[in-house]
Design a binder for this molecule. Structure first.
Ligand SMILES: C[S@@+](CC[C@H](N)C(=O)[O-])C[C@H]1O[C@@H](n2cnc3c(N)ncnc32)[C@H](O)[C@@H]1O
Length: 468
């Protein structure tokens, strides 16, 4: 279920207090280190879409929520009560002065507070805390203006949104991007739209939009060479041609990978292409939609390899799928060099916070150097597998420079036979209809490939040619 429409499919007769109980449960688990997706699996299916929408809204305001809870209840409550109070405070804060926007639309701050109190009273583990929840939230309603003044005064640039990410994250963005950091946070805290990749083996993105979506009453815009971004998200299974393999869900920045690599290759078919970190197979499939090459799709996780199979099957495409560690080629490589390698390396995912607002709260500061070391290990292990004259496209869905620009600068220093070709470098998240003017950034970037993107996540691309 996409986020945008999730609340609309919730049964209207589910009272808010019941949803808030589930929200508190999920937020408690995320605060304890679980991903939102895993925590949502325990929510009854009928409640899940609406609960997900509220949870995402809470996560996008978690910095404010935690601060408010600390002001109002300085001694940290037990985890579930803490999660209920924090969630209710975020939603009520967002509702000010009278009405809550976004996914909790239609609820006033007073309704939210009443329903949060009800959620506590009717919960077996919180029923004795109803009085406390009532007192805390009503005090918030009385004091919210003063609280906002204090919070704003101590926020970087007096902008409360900037602390809706962990402080170390904000500091890293400032270190990497200086004055642009604030814009990046604002873009990252917006919900992402649903973007489709159209399979050009069947039809063009324009034909799909004009001949299939619009006649069905579904509005969208072209986004990049093969992308369509929908005005309103909906379940993809309901879209024309999904079962037939016409479309896949893929952010527009991720759709740059396959064309960037293929455009660097000589004309012809059946070149040996390695997709080294391939699951669930989005970029593998795009490569195969665009060209007839012999693609090996590798992933260390056998369960995720099954998803590559499933995706290729739906799209009617074929690759050799291997479950193996790309960093240990001795265990899987047949000794024949590859003409091209795509390394979509594991990373912090700092570029896709729009879609996964739990990411900043699950990551720890020390993950950045650890993942950078893993990326370096993969680059070093794969470079010898590339034929002289071949190309390696390195990408991550991170905007942290240690995982992008700095990673590649170090690689180029260590490898005299590697040359950086034109590639977008760091792409910063960009929301359609926002004129913040964010675009490419970084010394390695050229920006041409991304010029036609109207909305996309943050990403990094570097294209390396191996000197013959
Ligand atoms: C960013 S995701 C790849 C997304 C994929 N390229 C797509 O477009 O659908 C990174 C993947 O790297 C895999 N991975 C992590 N370490 C790996 C390793 N040492 N060897 C191979 N795959 C690895 C993870 O299991 C994960 O599926």
């Amino acid at each position: 279920m996409s986020e945008q429409n999730a609340h609309k499919t919730s049964p209207r007769n589910v009272p808010l207090w019941q949803q808030l109980q589930q929200v508190a449960q999920v937020v408690q688990q995320v605060q304890a280190g679980s991903s939102t997706a895993t925590a949502l699996e325990q929510v009854p299916a009928g409640l899940r879409p609406g609960v997900q929408a509220l949870v995402y809204q809470v996560l996008r305001g978690l910095g404010i929520g935690r601060w408010l809870r600390e002001q109002l209840v300085p001694k940290k409550p037990a985890p579930l009560l803490d999660a209920l109070l924090t969630s209710a405070l975020v939603l009520a804060w967002r509702a000010q002065p009278e009405q809550c926007g976004g996914h909790a639309e239609g609820y006033t701050g007073f309704t939210l507070v009443n329903q949060a109190v009800e959620a506590a009273k009717r919960h077996p583990r919180l029923k004795h805390q109803g009085g406390l929840v009532n007192a805390v939230l009503r005090r918030f309603l009385r004091e919210q203006e003063e609280l906002e003044v204090v919070y704003r005064a101590q926020s970087p640039q007096r902008d409360p949104e900037l602390l809706n990410l962990p402080r170390w994250w904000w500091q890293r963005l400032q270190q990497d991007y200086g004055v642009q950091a604030g814009d990046i946070v604002h873009q990252a805290l917006q919900p992402a739209p649903l973007t489709l990749r159209v399979n050009v083996r069947h039809l063009s993105a324009r034909d799909y939009l004009e001949q299939h979506l619009r006649p069905a009453g579904i509005e969208g815009i072209l986004n990049g060479a093969h992308g369509v971004t929908l005005a309103q998200a909906c379940p993809v299974q309901q879209l024309p041609g999904f079962a037939e393999g016409w479309i896949s869900v893929q952010d527009a920045a991720a759709q740059l990978a396959a064309p960037l690599l293929l455009e660097a290759l000589p004309q012809g078919n059946n070149l040996r292409v390695l997709d080294a970190c391939a699951a669930p197979g989005g970029k593998t499939a795009h490569l195969l939609e665009l060209a007839d090459h012999a693609v090996t799709a590798l992933d260390v996780d056998p369960v995720r390899c099954q998803r590559i199979h499933d995706n290729l099957q739906r799209l009617g495409l074929q690759a050799t799928v291997l479950a193996a560690d790309a960093g240990a080629p001795a265990s899987w490589w047949d000794g024949q060099p590859f003409d091209a390698i795509l390394l979509d390396a594991p990373c912090t995912a700092s570029g896709i916070v729009r879609r996964h607002p739990d990411v900043p709260w699950l990551r720890r500061e020390q993950d950045v150097p650890q993942l950078a070391a893993q990326q370096q290990r993969l680059l070093e292990a794969l470079w010898p597998l590339l034929v002289p004259g071949g190309h390696l496209l390195y990408c991550t869905c991170s905007i942290f420079k240690q995982e992008g620009e700095e990673q590649i600068a170090g690689f180029l220093q260590r490898h005299a036979d590697a040359v950086a070709r034109a590639a977008p470098g760091h792409l910063l998240p960009k929301h359609h209809n926002k004129d913040a003017g964010l675009g490419e950034n970084g010394t390695l970037g050229t920006g041409t490939a991304s010029a036609s993107l109207v909305d996309h996540d943050g990403f990094f691309y570097a294209l390396l040619a191996k000197q013959p």
